[in-house]
Design a protein around this ligand. Structure first.
Ligand SMILES: [Zn+2]
Ligand SMILES: [Zn+2]
Length: 338
């Protein structure tokens, strides 16, 4: 079997790997229909996170079940399934309250940029679609494995309500799908912070009503102006830098909600500033599994089309170009088809 392996900074190779097999009775083996490159894959790709040895890549996936271990009861061979980037049992106390990404038995999926994948804890992790989907639905279904689920969590954790004023910080795939999620939840006004014309265009298609190109203090001042000095009801932080986090906290109204789903890199919060900000803060790795049944329904009924974030589709053996295009910001997100 062939799959993507990261050897070092900007060195992704497509090479022969062991074919995954059932190792525990709770495993499933799926044949990948589509996978993709994640913004978070760029951290090790750029050498910001160290790569001590050649590392298989990929955590977003959907495909057809080939084989299941003898303890698996909820999915069977032939079904089309989607799972989160964290495998979870869906039964422990953390899963039961909807935080499957903090499952006591969570396992990170890290070998999905390949033609075949082993999924641990298959009963808790995988959700089957009503039937094998038509080809045009596959990109949207794939987003539910991470980016769409994460954008939805960002909107949910920021308490987006019908009629609310929402600010989305970050115009990557997650930020753009945060816009789509806020729209689907009935937000009245959605302000997207973006300075890239192609991303602004997609943000508007997904439901953004205003675009703010300024950043940092200027960005905060602009939001302040747009909201008559009050700030937004809900702010979605989808980047993970000090600047974006402070921008998010500073643009919330008093009593407002700030969610944060960008993996933090060097973010430090000032206790006093936080104290006087008077905001609700809620974030972390998105419990994508919680939202899968509902989001599958939305995609299946063609109510939402999150697959539009893929502006580049390549055969899996061109995976290196998929990383390059995202690294150079020529692509928002690369879809890979084995
Ligand atoms: Zn991802
Ligand atoms: Zn659990």
């Amino acid at each position: 079997m062939l799959g993507a392996v990261l050897y070092g900074p900007r060195d992704v190779r497509f090479e022969e790997r062991d074919i995954p097999r059932i190792t525990k009775p709770t495993d499933a083996i799926i044949r990948i229909s589509a996978t993709c490159v994640c913004g978070s894959d760029l951290w090790p790709y750029r050498g910001i996170n160290a790569i001590p040895q050649p590392t298989p890549m990929g955590h977003e996936y959907c495909g057809v079940v080939e084989e299941v271990g003898n303890a698996v009861t909820s999915v069977k061979p032939g079904q089309f399934v989607i799972g989160s980037f964290f495998a979870s049992d869906n039964t422990c106390p953390n899963c039961q309250v909807g935080y499957q990404s903090s499952c006591q038995h969570a396992e990170f999926i890290s070998t999905a940029q390949a033609s075949v994948l082993r999924v641990p804890l298959a009963d808790g992790t995988l959700v089957a679609t009503p039937a094998v989907p038509s080809d045009d639905l596959i990109p949207s279904l794939l987003t539910l494995s991470d980016v769409m689920g994460t954008g939805w969590f960002a909107a949910d954790a920021a308490n987006v309500k019908p009629g609310a004023t929402v600010v989305v910080v970050g115009d990557g795939a997650v930020g753009l799908l945060g816009v789509l999620s806020a729209k689907q939840m009935g937000a009245g006004r959605i302000i997207a912070m973006s300075r890239h014309p192609s991303r602004q265009k997609l943000a508007r298609e997904f439901g953004a009503t205003d675009i703010v190109t300024e950043r940092g203090d200027e960005g905060v001042a602009r939001i302040n102006e747009l909201t008559n000095g009050i700030g937004a009801d809900s702010v979605l932080e989808c980047v993970g830098t000090q600047e974006s986090m402070m921008q998010a906290i500073s643009t919330s109204r008093k009593g407002g909600y700030v969610s944060y789903v960008g993996v933090p890199h060097g973010v430090e919060l000032n206790g006093e500033q936080l104290f006087f900000a008077h905001v609700h803060l809620h974030g972390g790795p998105a419990p994508v599994r919680r939202y899968l049944p509902q989001l599958i329904k939305f995609v299946w009924n063609r109510e939402i089309n999150p697959g539009k974030v893929f502006d580049l589709t390549l055969p899996l053996d061109h995976v290196a170009e998929g990383y390059r295009a995202m690294d150079e910001r020529r692509a928002i997100k690369t879809l890979l088809r084995p």
